[in-house]
Design a protein around this ligand. Structure first.
Ligand SMILES: Nc1ncnc2c1ncn2[C@@H]1O[C@H](COP(=O)(O)OP(=O)(O)O)[C@@H](O)[C@H]1O
Ligand SMILES: [Mg+2]
Length: 152
């Protein structure tokens, strides 16, 4: 686990770019969890990653739609917000199994028990003064390899 201070929004965006750069060229099937309370910067980080993957234009919050899909340079990217999910059985309504081939960026992953064990990387964001703190952890073996490239 690597802990870092994100002094401002630009630092959160840079972390998003750095994480994206460390992903393999085909990041289909990867799962990145974004944890942290309301306003901690989960959507800022996801937005930065989606832009770094080649999306131009805005990145709406999936708070109400639950999933916002993108197709970027041949890669399916799903920005997911599980805040409104209260049990894992509800994932079926999202067409969850159809999302697993894409790159998943998931806010509020703790709403679904057992999700963490399936993920590659966990980013835990918290408030620190005017800024934020990020704890970035690898969960899978390939996540460990990926983070070795980015967390210097
Ligand atoms: N490192 C940071 N320091 C200070 N403010 C930040 C930082 N990162 C993001 N923010 C700001 O925090 C606010 C909430 O961010 P958002 O990404 O919507 O949070 P979440 O999705 O976790 O609810 C935004 O106004 C954003 O500009
Ligand atoms: Mg959000």
């Amino acid at each position: 686990m690597k802990s870092m201070t994100l002094a401002d929004e630009a630092a959160t965006e840079k972390l998003g770019r750095d994480l994206t750069a460390a992903l393999p060229e085909d990041a289909g099937g990867w799962m990145i969890l974004l944890r942290g309370e309301l306003g901690a910067g989960k959507s800022t980080l996801a937005r930065s990653m989606i832009h770094a993957l080649g999306h131009e234009g805005n990145v709406p919050s999936p708070t109400y739609t639950l999933v916002e899909p993108y197709h970027l340079n041949g890669l399916a990217v799903y920005h997911v917000d599980l805040y409104r999910i209260s049990e894992s059985s509800e994932l079926e309504f999202l067409g969850w199994s159809d999302l697993r081939d894409g790159l998943l960026l998931i806010e509020w992953p703790e709403r679904v028990e057992g999700l963490e064990a399936q993920a590659d990387v966990l980013v835990d964001l918290s408030y620190r003064g005017e800024g934020r703190n990020a704890e970035v952890s690898a969960i899978s073996a390939r996540g460990t390899v990926m983070l070795e490239a980015v967390l210097l």
